[in-house]
Design a protein around this ligand. Structure first.
Ligand code: SUG
Length: 453
């Protein structure tokens, strides 16, 4: 029996410490914008504008909170600094400013990396399963999963509907980047679908291909462990290795080279190792669920460097609630890259594609760190009962949008540079803002400074 269900998007609210520290090796935008000053207020308002627009189009839109940064607890527990919070910041900065910067990134805003989510139609126990990503490839992101786990548990609290797993161990062998490397194909969102896991390398088998220049952040072993923990059946799971040459060209997550939803996969030529076999496997497992279709962008139409620069595939592929048509939400950079713009207008002009509409959003503040529309959201397919069991304060409506906009206007600075992070005043500003936010979103005490153990 088909149950009424929707796909909700939970966007990360950009944090008050949004900045460009060049922390992500292999992410071209991050390294090339290192040390430029940022504008956290505009960044947060750009994100909220996208959330409100999706709500206005009839989608269920949720929000996940930013994290406390600088994270003094990491400076204490990991690096061993002591004294008052101000002392800890001062001595860490004196020792090496990079220690403070690595604990000050607003990177939890990219909630595509928050977790892997399996909807209840796919799981062994019929509940929605969440595994926060350990993000162990980058130090500044490896400190995210505990607070992310608490935020998810507070948002999806009802144990009758939601199961929360611990992050996998944060070791190189089990590197996990969450939904950025995970896609789900389906017919109805509430029925069984096919979960598609894309990994960069095998960790327990020597001699397999892997990139030579940049890190392959996700391992096959991490992806397959999550599938087991979530109770997915083998005939509903497809694994694919990302093409290592693409990782070496700056494609650090699968969501920089393909995006899927419903019965559609939109992808670049040779996105995977043996792409035809991967497509066959998906098609075979989708039989009886929905007619799987794919749109392949040929290399001859768009050079790889334009794909990476424009973030064409880091778009949100959405199924419009009113008519089931597909639409793409893209960053403005896609319109400004001529090969990409020409391709897109040709694609929707032909009319023979399931993608019928395109919309562009200004997300420049996030894009400068390599985060496009798809990075900013975690998809959670929910039945009617699961949606009702979700924390309603985490859902965007007109009132919540107004409250969050006022909250940003009140607490965020419009200019931040590296030196600002040594100032304890910034830390206290952040904590005051986040304390208010947990009340606004009715999340309870999820932050370390709120004395959670
Ligand atoms: O992990 N950038 C993030 C961008 C994440 C994008 N997410 C997806 N593709 N789903 C990363 O590389 C840069 C932070 C800095 O350099 O200051 C950063 O963490």
């Amino acid at each position: 029996m088909t149950r009424y269900a929707i796909e909700a998007n939970f966007d990360g609210l950009v944090g008050p410490t949004h900045n460009y520290a060049g922390l992500s090796f292999g992410n071209v935008a991050s390294t090339s914008n290192a040390s430029t000053h940022s504008d956290p207020k505009s960044a947060a308002l750009q994100g909220l504008t996208k959330m409100k627009a999706l709500h206005d189009m009839g989608f269920v839109q949720g929000v996940l909170p930013p994290h406390e940064r600088p994270h003094v607890k990491t400076l204490r527990d990991v690096f061993g600094f002591t004294g008052s919070d101000g002392d800890v910041l001062a001595s860490a900065w004196k020792t090496n400013p990079n220690l403070v910067l690595a604990t000050s990134s607003a990177s939890p805003m990219w909630t595509a990396n928050a977790a892997t989510v399996s909807p209840s139609g796919d799981t062994g126990d019929g509940k929605v399963h969440f595994t926060p990503a350990n993000l162990c490839a980058m130090f500044h992101r490896s400190i995210e999963h505990s607070v992310t786990g608490r935020a998810l548990a507070a948002t999806f609290a009802d144990a009758n509907h939601f199961t929360h797993h611990a992050a996998l161990p944060g070791t190189d062998h089990m590197g996990d980047e969450g939904a950025a490397n995970h896609t789900r194909f389906c017919g109805d969102y509430g029925a069984r679908g096919v979960e598609f896991f894309v990994y960069g390398r095998h960790a327990f088998e020597a001699g397999k291909t892997r990139p030579g220049r940049y890190p392959a952040r996700q391992t096959y072993e991490a992806s397959s462990a999550i599938a087991r923990h979530h109770g997915l059946s083998d005939n509903s799971v497809v694994y694919a290795q990302q093409n290592p040459d693409l990782i070496d060209a700056g494609v650090f997550h699968n969501d920089v080279i393909s995006v899927g939803n419903g019965n559609v996969l939109f992808h670049y030529e040779d996105a995977f190792v043996d792409t035809p076999a991967v497509l066959d496997d998906i098609k075979r497992k989708m039989a009886g669920i929905a007619d799987f279709t794919h749109i392949e962008v040929p290399k001859s139409a768009i050079p790889l460097s334009d794909v990476v620069k424009s973030y064409l595939f880091n778009s949100q592929l959405l199924r419009l609630p009113e008519n089931g048509q597909m639409m793409l939400i893209l960053p403005t950079e896609a319109k400004e890259t001529i090969s990409v713009r020409d391709y897109l207008y040709d694609l929707i002009g032909k009319g023979k594609t399931p993608i019928k509409q395109i919309k562009f959003f200004d997300l420049r503040q996030s894009m400068r760190n390599g985060g496009g529309p798809a990075c900013l959201r975690l998809r959670v397919a929910l039945t009617e009962a699961e949606l009702a069991a979700t924390n309603q304060h985490s859902l965007i409506n007109d009132q919540r949008f107004t409250e969050l906009t006022a909250w940003v206007e009140k607490h965020y600075r419009d200019r931040l540079s590296a030196e600002d992070f040594r100032d304890p005043l910034l830390l206290f500003e952040v904590r005051t803002a986040l304390d208010e936010l947990t009340q606004l979103l009715d999340l309870g005490p999820i932050y370390d400074f709120q004395h959670v153990n």
